[in-house]
Write a protein that binds this ligand. Sequence first.
Ligand code: UDP
Ligand code: MG
Length: 320
Amino acid sequence: MPVLSVVSPVYCEGAQVRVFLDAVEAVLRSAALSYELVLVDDGSTDDSWQRMKEESGRRPCLRCLRLSRNFGKEAALAAGLEAARGEAVVTLDCDLQHPPELIPEMIRIWLADEADIVEARKEKRQRESRLDSFFAALFYKMFRLLTSLDLEGAGDFKLLDRDVVEAWKSMPERKLFYRGMTSWLGFRRRELFFIPAERRSGGGKWSFFKKIRLALDSLTAFSAKPITLIWLLGLFFFGFSLVVGSEALWMHFSGRAMTGFTSVILLILVTGASVLAAICILSVYIRQNFHEIKSRPRYLISERAGDGENPRRRKRGAGR
Ligand code: UDP
Ligand code: MG
């Protein structure tokens, strides 16, 4: 069994699979530990899988999994974590934006038994559009407000001890949010800081809507506080209707009721908007429940390569 597993999700990164593996192996060799590399192809549409298979022929320590379609980075990471056999697991992106040079320091901290999770945090964010950084900042603020977990600067570049990996695997949810889930787990943690490098090739793989979806799923997976908001809204409107209703009745019976077009329109608009907002909040939770309750596997494996695995035996598999 290797001491260390290095896990990375791959989506349409054919051009840099080899460069990535070279860089990681160079660093790991200098760390003088037994290791394995686990790459998970998240249903790439380019030649990534071909490249990965070639590399697994050349590198005895490389195992590759191929998901049956694009399940998203979080599911690909889960597939890698579940396949990893090391006593510690390092997860990082394969676009070299997470510098592998940080791994020896992570291992040192772990071996010295100073922490169970060694987290690499971004000192500043990678170059991105203003809109992206605005929404990212908004998301992290809301996440902290709703869950009390601070994910600012957190990414998916971490070292997890085997105990942490097992605890992580016991979390049954279908909709995954790796950095939030590891943060929720607790354990002893240490932080390292890095400045993300520029992408070596290709562009980011996240469309704007994919990010919004991940943000909504993560917020509702980690906090039910927005539902409390509906309660507060309901209480407020109850008080409000008592006051305004009594006043209207009083005016009516004392014969001083006036035609009040503006106030009626405003009342209808405000109550209508509040009811719709409440339905919106509920619908996000219903959507979340819908996915969880179906209990479909988090990912499906369609092919494996490397590590002398017999391709006819256990070729396929599914995440819980
Ligand atoms: N990725 C993936 N599935 C996806 C999108 C991305 O496995 O649907 C992988 C991608 O190959 C890379 C990592 O996730 O290794 C981070 O992706 P990207 O660089 O696009 O994200 P960013 O750096 O903007 O966070
Ligand atoms: Mg990247």
